[in-house]
Design a protein around this ligand. Structure first.
Ligand code: ATP
Ligand code: MG
Length: 848
């Protein structure tokens, strides 16, 4: 699976810019070129006895070759490769995101870079010096020996340069590798692996070869010179002697071949060596084998010039076949004796020295190699050991780490000791961690068990509000959770004052109430700390009635668990503890007691509320009945009593009016007015009586009554009322008809008082088992939500409506929005009239 790209922001690494290193690489190339010039040129000038022409060629060669090779080798390739590194770098760290595959490739390139540049330097040096040697061989006719030396010089310079380039670049580019290392610190590096011992070995080999080659070349060159000087001096002396002899003899003997051979043998010129007599122009006058001209020997002009015109001396001619040429003028003549010795024939001594030197070099080299190898292995073995050990720890993290048995008094030893100390501390930390985690695990296990138990208890005790069930659950769950063999739950039942109830439970035994014949002081039982406490069972037994002590106590110790809710002592659990049982977890017991107390308090509250509600319903029913009856009797009284009296008065007034004579006209008129007022009053009383309790409700039913009511309302208020009722008009139970009439009455009154409505819709629907009534106006509406929160701010009309509907298990829904009118909808079950006083309450909803 490929890991998502990490960002530099993630790893928080400073990312350097590779461009900064370009100058350092250019400078390194310049140093390489400078070294070639600085080492090669003085060596060449010093080591070879160069004549002017050779010198010129040498300088020309160095002049073009070093810059060209330098530009091609140390500069061109490293910079090209570095450019590609830069490009890759920017791709990898583009927009602060590190691409994994690209980062791997970049790291490999960066790690390989010093090795590649080192190889380039070696190859460049070998090629450069090789080409140089070839040129000098062709153009300046340098002997093979010198060519080999030049090649050696190239090898030495290349090796040293490569070594230094590698070390320098590795150190230089280390900061570029750091961010990559920080992005993937746990994965091994991905470049070509160069083991440490190879690096150390390569260093020692390069330094050894360099030293041997340099010293060997210097000593060999020096020995060669000494040999040349010795041979030169000897041959010069012999040449001088021959010249003297020839001067004494007048040159006559030179013509005799035997004489000449004897002289040559005496001069020890070697197999190919020869002695000549030449004239001022170089023509050969004597010598064996005779040569027509000195120039046939192939001397370079400078050498020929010195031979023909210089004072007696010797020269070393280094062209192809190096020769030592001695020459001495013959006294009193223009002739000269020239002696040529081929250097190769006198170089045996040197060659054997070279051989011995070579053998010594090879042996030294081998020894150095072996020593270097052993040294590097010895140096790196402890590190290898260390690495292996670290690898073992990394790959088997579960195992106890072993110590590294490396004892050396150097940095590796320090590293091993530090590593051992680290592993010891790691082991120590791991031990602590294991102990800590075991402890933690145990505590977490306990806490989980406790939480599970508490959760279990909470779920069980909140699953019901029935007091009896809660009591049983609290007792049983406490018994199980606290692992008590038996217990008695003593508590104050609701609304009974100081009366104490006792509930006992004991594992498999049946649980149940205890008959208490004497009072118990629960406050006296409660520990002063008001927390779960373990007490002595015998002492406790003296404060408990025997029936409780017998049911609760088991061994020598007992747990007293006060049940406190909102600082009020609701009860106490007394539980006996098994003889060998551990002390219970006080915190768990306290949490349990708190939950039990809450459950008991809720159940008690629920019980009280339920009782109060039943009482309230009863009272409501009675009040409504009373109200209806008083309204009915008031209505009847108005109709039958006051109405009848007024009718009698009206009739009396009519009679008085008729009995009065025309003379009392004004009085008669007055009586007539009074009679008309009484007629109006009779009508008013009748209407009032009807409105209070329309007799038509009992006689004709709800629908005609509602029609009458709405018509009266429209007449009085001029608000249009649309009434929709079922056809044919059904009759409903009396109580329901009264309820629906009263609700409509109150709704219409409210509309008249508050709504400023213009139109009202009333709809009555009667289904098989339900009747619904909806009254909707288009008035100003009101904030139902506010009314719901604080119903006391309004009057009692809506509250009465709600109470009536609830009493008959109906649903009342009042909806309104300010300026959006009000809609009151209620629905009642048709069996409501008979079930009006049972326990279940109707639902009332208010919505804005
Ligand atoms: N149809 C309506 N349109 C606008 N507001 C209403 C309407 N019905 C009720 N209200 C508002 O609801 C309040 C409560 O009504 P409720 O009938 O309970 O009391 P009331 O009419 O003010 O007094 P009461 O009925 O006791 O004489 C009213 O004061 C009024 O603000
Ligand atoms: Mg009202």
């Amino acid at each position: 699976m490929s890991t998502p790209p990490a960002t530099t922001a993630d790893v928080g690494v400073y990312v350097p810019r590779p461009e900064r290193y370009r100058w350092a690489i250019r400078a390194a190339a310049l140093v390489a070129m400078g070294t070639w010039w600085g080492l090669g040129l003085p060596y060449s000038l010093y080591a070879w006895n160069l004549d002017a022409k050779q010198l010129r060629w040498v300088l020309i060669c160095y002049g073009w070759e070093v810059p060209v090779c330098g530009l091609l080798g140390p500069l061109l390739f490293p910079l090209l490769w570095f450019r590609s590194i830069e490009r890759r770098w920017h791709r990898v760290f583009n927009e602060n995101r590190v691409d994994d595959a690209e980062a791997t490739a970049l790291e490999r390139t960066l790690l390989d870079y010093p090795v590649r540049v080192a190889l380039v330097l070696l190859v460049t040096s070998l090629v450069g010096y090789g080409v140089g040697a070839l040129q000098l061989r062709l153009l300046a006719q340098l002997p093979i020996g010198e060519i080999i030396k030049i090649f050696m010089l190239g090898l030495v310079t290349g090796l040293v340069g490569a070594l230094f380039a590698f070390l320098y670049l590795e150190a230089l580019l280390a900061p570029l590798l750091r961010p990559l290392g920080e992005v993937h610190p746990l994965t091994p590096t991905r470049g070509r692996r160069v083991p440490l011992y190879v690096k150390v070995f390569a260093c020692s080999v390069i330094l050894t070869i360099t030293t041997i080659l340099l010293l060997g070349t210097i000593f060999y060159t020096r020995g060669e010179r000494i040999l040349e000087e010795q041979v030169g001096d000897r041959v010069l002396a012999a040449t001088q002697q021959l010249a003297d002899e020839l001067a004494a003899d007048g040159g006559a003997r030179a013509a005799s071949a035997d004489w000449w051979r004897a002289r040559e043998a005496r001069m020890q010129l070697g197999a190919a060596g020869e002695a000549l007599v030449v004239d001022g122009d170089g023509a050969t006058l004597a010598g064996y084998p005779p040569r027509p001209h000195l120039f046939d020997e192939g001397f370079r002009p400078a050498v020929a010039e010195a031979i023909l015109h210089g004072p007696a001396s010797y020269l070393v001619d280094r062209v192809y076949d190096p020769r030592i040429v001695a020459f001495a003028p013959i006294r009193d003549s223009s002739q000269r004796v020239v002696t040529v010795v081929h250097r190769g024939e006198f170089g045996q001594e040197l060659e054997s020295m070279l051989w011995r030197g070579g053998v010594v070099c090879v042996v030294t080299l081998l020894l150095a190699l072996v020593q270097g190898l052993l040294f590097s292995l010895r140096l790196t073995r402890p590190i290898d050991l260390l690495t292996t050990m670290v690898g073992t720890i990394t790959h088997s993290p579960g195992e106890a780490p072993r110590t590294v048995p490396v004892r050396t008094n150097d940095e590796v030893g320090d590293l091993a000791t530090a590593f051992n100390q680290m592993t010891a501390r790691l082991e120590d930390a791991r031990g602590k961690l294991e102990r800590h985690s075991a402890d933690l695990e145990q505590r977490v296990g306990e806490a989980t068990r406790n939480i599970t138990s508490l959760h279990d208890v909470a779920r069980a005790t909140t699953s019901t509000l029935e007091l009896e069930d809660v009591l049983k659950l609290v007792a049983e769950k406490t018994l199980v959770t606290l692992a008590l063999p038996r217990l008695v739950l003593l508590w104050y039942p609701p609304d009974l004052g100081d009366v104490v109830d006792a509930y006992a439970t004991a594992g498999a035994d049946p649980s149940g109430r205890l008959e208490l014949t004497e009072p118990i002081d629960l406050a006296g039982l409660c520990p002063p700390s008001a927390r779960p406490t373990v007490v002595d069972a015998q002492t406790l037994a003296t404060t408990l009635p025997p029936v409780v002590a017998g049911a609760a106590l088991a061994g020598e110790r007992a747990l007293v668990l006060p049940l406190i809710f909102k600082d009020q002592l609701l009860g106490v659990v007394v539980g006996g503890m098994a003889p060998d049982a551990p002390s219970p977890d006080v915190e768990l017991a306290a949490a349990l007691a708190s939950q039990a107390a809450t459950a008991l308090a809720n159940a008690a509250l629920f019980e009280t509320a339920r009782r109060h509600e039943a009482e309230l319903r009863k009272l409501t029913g009675m009040r409504m009945q009373l109200q209806e009856e008083s309204v009915r009797s008031l209505s009847r009284e108005l109709h039958d009593g006051v109405g009848q009296v007024l009718t009698a008065i009206k009739m009396d007034l009519a009679m008085i009016e008729r009995a009065m004579d025309d003379g009392a006209m004004p009085l008669r008129e007055r009586v007539r007015e009074v009679r008309e007022q009484v007629i109006g009053l009779v009508q008013e009383i009748r209407t009032m009586s009807q409105l209070l309790r329309p007799s038509m409700l009992d006689d004709f039913g709800l629908v005609p009554t509602l029609q009458w009511l709405t018509e009266r309302f429209s007449d009085r208020t001029h608000i249009a009322v649309e009434l929709r009722t079922p056809e044919p008009a059904p009759r409903l139970p009396g109580a329901i008809e009264v309820l629906l009439y009263r609700v409509t009455q109150e709704a219409l009154t409210n509309i008249m008082k508050h709504a400023q409505a213009r139109h009202i819709e009333i709809e009555l629907r009667v289904d098989a088992d339900e009747v619904t009534l909806a009254i909707e106006d288009d008035g100003v509406g009101f904030d139902v939500e506010r009314f719901r929160r604080t119903p006391a701010v309004g009057g009692v009309g809506l509250l009465g409506m709600r109470e009536r509907v609830a009493y008959y298990n109906g649903r009342l829904d009042i909806r309104s929005r300010p300026a959006g009118g009000v809609r009151i909808a209620l629905s009642l079950p048709l069996d409501a009239a008979s079930s009006g006083s049972d326990g279940s309450r109707g639902r009332v909803t208010l919505a804005g």
